[in-house]
Design a protein around this ligand. Structure first.
Ligand SMILES: O=C(O)CCC(=O)C(=O)O
Ligand SMILES: [Fe+2]
Length: 263
């Protein structure tokens, strides 16, 4: 795993809101991430598909990507991959925070001839608001312009608010909330298999359609800076825990949001 970051990379992340690290995983690690993701997803679907978006597999959104969340909760091999302190170290260093907790992992598999992923920002979906949240997106297949790689609106993390923009059928719905971004040229982020993209939880991003007969697989994880507080939204929180929380409580339950790295 390529965990060393240059000052240039850190500066680029902070300025653009995203960073590509090629060959983040070595070939053996990539083989393991592929195997583990495949098995964890298969088990999840066999178990009835909870925490996936496959309730209606023919819906538009189910054909944007097959989304399987919190696989580390149900698959030991995935837990071992996700709890790796080195991932927290890289994420925390880019985000300039002193502790990293897992918000949720998720496999995102854009199916053959799958729909594009509309522009959105991630953090407003989650149960905490932070300008320093960060995600890792690891390509398990070469992600290309042809099969639906990510595209970013550079610098948008600096001005984004916490208003929610749904990932709907209109690629550009976000520009109704942020008309001032409509003139920004989106930057494609093709990512060879084993590469990692990091993005700020407030950086606007999308993915193109998959114009190939093969899936575009990614394994991702969203991270919450340690010390973040509950904003009232449930998102992935288990019901009993959610009901026990008051807005403003620190989200520090290690069984739900494990602390994987501290400075
Ligand atoms: O993989 C995709 O198409 C979208 C990814 C995304 O939105 C994310 O990782 O936050
Ligand atoms: Fe996203």
């Amino acid at each position: 795993m390529k965990t060393e970051l240059t000052q240039q990379q850190i500066a680029a992340y902070r300025d653009n809101g995203f960073l590509l690290v090629e060959q983040f995983l070595d070939p053996d690690e990539l083989a393991t991430w592929r195997e583990v993701t495949e098995e964890a997803v298969r088990q999840r679907l066999e178990a009835g598909g909870f925490m996936t978006n496959q309730a209606n597999p023919d819906s538009y959104y189910a054909r944007v990507f097959m989304q399987c969340q919190r696989l580390a909760d149900t698959h030991q091999g995935m837990a071992e991959l996700m709890l790796d302190e080195r991932l927290g170290n890289v994420a925390g260093t880019l985000a300039a925070v002193d502790g990293i907790r897992i918000w949720h992992d998720q496999a995102l598999i854009k199916p053959p001839y799958g729909n594009p992923t509309g522009f959105h920002v991630d953090n407003p979906f989650w149960s905490f608001y932070s300008r320093d949240a960060i995600s890792i997106w690891v390509a398990l297949d070469d992600a290309t312009i042809a099969n639906g790689c990510l595209w970013y609106l550079p610098g948008t993390h600096k001005a984004a608010t916490f208003s929610l923009v749904a990932i709907g059928e209109n690629l550009g719905d976000i520009f109704r909330t942020y008309p001032q971004w409509a003139k920004i040229q989106a930057i494609p982020a093709p990512c060879p298999a084993g590469g990692a993209l990091f993005h700020n939880g407030l950086a606007a991003h999308a993915a193109g359609p998959n114009m190939t007969p093969y899936p575009r697989r990614a394994m991702t994880c969203a991270y919450m800076p340690d010390g973040s507080t509950f904003n009232g939204q449930r998102n992935i929180l288990p019901e009993t825990y959610y009901n026990s929380l008051e807005v403003g409580d620190v989200l520090d339950d290690d069984s739900i949001n494990p602390l994987i790295w501290r400075l």
